[in-house]
Design a protein around this ligand. Sequence first.
Ligand code: SIN
Length: 357
Amino acid sequence: MNIRFVPFLLVFLIWQPAVRGVDTTGQALPNVVILATGGTIAGSGATSTTTVGYKAATVPVQALIDAVPELKKIAAVRGEQVFQIASQNMTNDYWLKLAKRVNELFQQPDVDGIVVTHGTDTLEETAYFLDLVSKSEKPVVIVGAMRPSTALSADGPINLYNAVLIARSKEAIGKGVLVCLNDQINAARDVTKTNTSTADTFKSPDLGLLGYVQGDRVAFYRLPARRQTKNSEFDISAVDKLPNVEIAYGFANVSRTAIDAFAASGVDGIVYAGVGDGNPSELTEQALADARAKGILIVRSARAGSGIVARNNEVNDDQRDFVVSDTLNPQKARILLTVALTKTKDTKELQRIFYEY
Ligand code: SIN
């Protein structure tokens, strides 16, 4: 090496661990970026016992990080406030912004993992969207909290710590987008919010969780089987606006009003949250067929909460040219249809996609 470069090399060697942070053995810590989007994890209440009636999305990302000084021991963490919303206000446009930022960050070789802080109301949806469109096998962990940051026994700090532990771990590489609350790790595709208010709300009905965080140990027991992230065929890098897909809900005494209104409004697709095995009534089946005749794509999902929606069982999907959601719940089926419609409108292709993702 040219002797003139030695001082620069020395400066670099001293600077790099200082910037990255080091563990107790002097090893450089993994770099984890925390992308903050709002929610109860960033919420604040009037008193320490205010666990309802608090305001979500008020605490900025740096304050969330500062509240967990232990993070400095496990990762070189930096935060970005991508937006600051209660997650019931999530939109396709926010998703595009977030996903593009995730993909940009993963083009930086020194980013080892990403944590997204998020409201729990639509957390499962953002997780699945990122699972379909992020392009790296490096870990992405979505985390929220059921109690605001000001509450007694707030769950945000431990959830954030656990999320960073996972995001920095080699074990999480290639497992798709992960959701971690309450010490439990679930796959983005399978997880859903099952309880309005308790800390153990996130479950993967029937299919089960992937693993746990215990102490500083990240332990996986199962692998997600479906295509995701690096193996996904979807690319939103050039997409500025996502297709418009709505959900119509099935119930006794249902009318065709909602389906007709969606069709008249010019949607690209409708997911029907049918009863039982994703079944429409005679009336709503005809409404869906009429919408399909107008070029609107129809996916039959089920409001039951778990299980496969069977093709050509009580509905002749081949004749109607409908697609079935497999095990995706209606809100996840809406996301897969939205993303898939950026690529194809062919119903055979769409059915293949629903069986592969
Ligand atoms: C939200 O989803 O933004 C509010 C509720 C929560 O985070 O638990």
